[in-house]
Design a protein around this ligand. Structure first.
Ligand SMILES: Cc1ncc(COP(=O)(O)O)c(C=O)c1O
Length: 455
């Protein structure tokens, strides 16, 4: 087994602690974990230790690491050109990707604006929606507010933070943010007092309709994570909610931005989450799994209606003045095209059925544990919510780091996870085998037992 010289490993760890500022990481407490290479769904650190990738390298890996088809597509693209700007210029690979995305997306999404990350995909949609209302015929410049859900997460740029609602991440930046109308998210585990879980979709849609009826003339768009609010703790919305949101936003003349950065690219069992409820949004935001988890690339798809409002002579200044240097870069586009081809060649979605069923079996067992309040699954993603008391649903104080304690335990067993507060996330690459999935679930189960033994 190849393994790095210990002196070099120590040096790298020291540099990592002091030079690299890791995102979402308390650097005063950071303990380096340095991954040097990967094989399939296994990550290997500089000491040669192996970890199953239980959260798809932050929800983006799809077909496993170092997939020969995707590796080869990137190598082939490298022999042509690594980067071409999209600002007034194009390249064959990115054009082909746009065409493929339009073929696969829900009907009506015929135009693709490329950027490089999930946050930028959402940021572009927010700005396009704003500009659209100013340029359409007749213009409605009063429409400049956004509706978003409680605990929403759409990325970390200021626009996407403005529509975000995770208190612990976003409260700090509130003075910098634009106004957003926030509606409570429909959370079946914690429904509002007096509302039955079975009635939750209807109740939440009534709340939305009340807001739209009163403020629609001021609202540019509503932004939603379709089916599952991921960073909120894998909150799975009740069936029919997404469809209802689409019907109401259409009825009240509000654009709908579907942020499928986490749930798109097969994660829910269909290529896009919106397809479960036959919803065509006005904007569809994709990133993460778009390149199979290989390279930064994002796409914001939109409709003819929106596109038309931006057409005119140069002098009319209807142009969308927004762009990123590496937007739609050809290496990323090559990885994305190969990722989509692998979906077909390996029948990834067809083969996901038994894996989703096995995940459900594991969750049924884990749900019996004393401090598991709720288990949630949508397709091939799952959240397990730990609580101090199952009867009262009393949460553990976040400072107790219960979620992290479970993940630390799993790491010692060779399974890499990252929690969302008290919610343990299981979200492996779609390519994971049943045997590997069993190992992940086993490590989670033992981790929960160990981390909640003291009550
Ligand atoms: C739903 C959703 N939108 C946007 C983002 C932001 O994506 P990125 O980190 O690529 O900017 C995320 C990231 O987790 C996400 O889950």
């Amino acid at each position: 087994m190849h393994c790095m010289d210990e002196t070099l490993a120590r040096q790298l760890a020291a540099w990592d602690r002091t030079l690299v500022w890791h995102p979402f990481t308390q650097m005063a407490e950071y303990e380096p974990l340095i991954i040097e290479r990967a094989e399939g769904c296994t990550l290997i650190d500089i000491h040669g230790r192996r970890y199953l990738d239980g959260v798809s390298s932050l929800w983006c890996n799809v077909h496993g690491h170092r997939h020969p088809r995707i590796d080869e597509a990137i190598r082939r693209q490298l022999q042509q050109v690594a980067h071409v700007t999209l600002l007034g210029v194009s390249n064959p690979t990115t054009i082909r990707l746009a065409r493929r995305l339009v073929e696969l997306a829900p009907p009506g999404l015929n135009h693709v604006f490329f950027s490089d990350d999930g946050a930028t995909a959402v940021e572009a949609a927010l700005k396009m929606a704003f500009q659209y209302w100013r340029q359409r015929t007749p213009p409605q410049p009063g429409k400049k507010l956004y509706v978003a859900l409680g605990d929403a997460y759409h990325g970390d740029t200021l626009g996407s933070v403005s529509v975000g609602g995770v208190e612990r991440f976003h409260a700090m930046f509130r003075p910098l943010l634009f106004e957003t109308i926030r509606l409570p998210a429909p959370n079946p585990y914690r429904p509002p007092p007096g509302v039955d879980a079975a009635d939750l979709a209807r109740h939440s849609l009534q709340q939305l309709e009340a807001v739209l009826a009163e403020h629609h003339h001021r609202i540019a768009a509503m932004v939603i994570e379709p089916l599952v609010q991921a960073a909120a703790g894998m909150i799975v919305h009740p069936p029919g909610y997404l469809r209802g949101v689409r019907e109401l936003t259409r009825r009240w003349g509000v654009l709908l931005i579907a942020d499928e950065v986490a749930v798109g690219m097969g994660r829910t069992g269909k290529m896009f989450a919106c397809q479960h409820e036959e919803v065509s949004p006005d904007f569809l935001c994709l990133a993460k799994g778009l390149t199979g988890g290989y390279l930064p690339l994002a796409a914001t798809l939109t409709t003819d209606e929106v596109w038309q409002a931006f057409l005119g002579t140069y002098a009319e200044s209807k142009t969308f003045f927004h762009g990123h240097t590496y937007a739609g870069n050809p290496l990323g586009a090559a990885a994305a095209l190969a990722t989509l081809e692998v979906f077909e060649e390996e029948r990834t979605l067809q083969r996901l059925g038994p894996k989703m069923a096995r995940l459900a079996e594991h969750l049924r067992r884990i749900a019996q544990l004393e401090h598991v309040g709720d288990v949630r699954q949508c397709g091939f993603l799952a959240g397990i919510e730990l609580v101090r008391d199952r009867t009262t649903k009393e949460p553990y104080p976040w400072a107790e780091r219960r979620g992290w304690r479970v993940c630390d335990h799993a790491r010692a067993e060779g399974v890499l996870l990252r929690p969302l507060g008290n919610v343990i996330v299981i979200m492996p690459p779609l390519a994971i085998t049943l045997e590997e999935l069993d190992r992940i679930a086993g490590a989670v189960e033992r981790g929960i037992v160990a981390a909640t033994r003291d009550g």
